[in-house]
Design a protein around this ligand. Sequence first.
Ligand code: ADP
Length: 486
Amino acid sequence: MGQFEPPEGKLREEYGFFIDGKPDTPVDRERFETVDPSTEQPLVEISAGTEADVDRAVSSARQALDEWRATSATERGQVLFQIADAIRDHSEMLAVIEALESGKPYTQAVFSIKSCIDYFEYFAGLADKVQGDTIPMGWEYVDFTIREPMGVTAHITPWNFPTSIIGRSIAPALAFGNTVVHKPAEETSISALEVARLAVDAGLPPGVFNVVPGRGTEAGAALAGHRDIDSLTFTGSVETGREVARLAVDNVAAPHLELGGKSPHVIFPDADFDAAVPSILRGIFSANSGQSCTAGSRLLVHQDIHDELVDRVVAAASELTLGPPMDDPDMGPLVSAAQYERVTDYIEIGREEVGEPIIGGAPDRTGYYVEPTIFDGVSNDSRIAREEIFGPVLTVIEFSDESEALEIANDTDYGLAAGIFTSDVGRALRFARNIQAGSVFVNEYYAFGTQTPHGGFKQSGIGREKGLEAIRTYTQTKNVGINIEV
Ligand code: ADP
């Protein structure tokens, strides 16, 4: 182990479910193994949830709903503040878990835990600020709206930021009076089990937050298609998003989808290169090895600065360190063998489409490591520029002027995020106006926060999370019209 505490005592050998406020593990359930991506060795065993387990979790959430939604919003907020404190008190344990499960460097895992705490505190504060409108319907009426919880909310999450996403997706649901059933990703289920346990210890009533780990096709599909859920929040791939949305809509449960991306990061000659280069690196390499739906995976560079900028990006990327998460390098291994295969397959596709990458590839070592990889001279029509790779692979595309940059940037099925570097305010604002993306970053990739709404245009999703927009996602409006002349 490197400079951080070894994980002894932080992981149990076996994990089950968390239903009705307590660990719940029928002994006869099939178990699946998770793997430490830096050693390729087994990490822990987890029970695979079945339809029956999802059913028990949903009915626990249904039973807990009346009491939780009737709890005053201020009190709900206080419970969320207590959960935030509990997570903070256990952040080292949670960071070790996230680092080991996902392979991300320890410092980045700490950031994911901090982000989860931030969400809990943000939505704790927002809980009692959700209010309706009065609507002028005429002299003889009083009309007002109430924002009520959706009910039982289902959450299916990915493995890339497992703890942060609990804050983003589950904290607002809880704050506004909903109850929760969560199916975490197979690779990273422990974070969710630990946070749910901490939440109950911190005062969340039993049944309000249930976790059923398991396979996507079994526990995930059972949850998405459960007749008794009222909304489904899904973060993951477009293909699975389509499938789960169909299942949810069959029961008229509202689907909220945050899906993939192939986000453009556009650099103009008047950019501040000293700021742009580290931002490009964070956008696709150093932040979670590019395993992020908002990753800036298409670098659009003006032809006049192409050589200088690409040289600087290559030089900086060559300095990034790769290693096991607890050594806290710049980049850890990819999360799983499947992800490693997917990314290295795309590197092969890139070799066929545009030739050798100017830097990168997969080193010959144990662990699912892929170096920062850059393909230069890429056409926006190639597969490596159109399909989401979800790893540290950057495609460099040249443009000659602003309108061509915009055309290429928008020429994608996705629309999650877009970045621009320029010192021309008008150009930045024209880009922000014309780009088809849910988040626009000017002069800093990932310039967003807990408070800012996030979601996708086009194939990148339906609905918004984070910020005040979460109120729309996790409440439904009731209108009350009263004739006051009767
Ligand atoms: P990835 O391929 O990167 O794992 P997915 O979109 O398949 O991305 O997975 C995101 C989440 O969706 C995970 O929790 C996974 O278990 C779940 N999942 C995968 N397939 C299904 C499915 N058919 N129905 C419901 N959930 C699924």
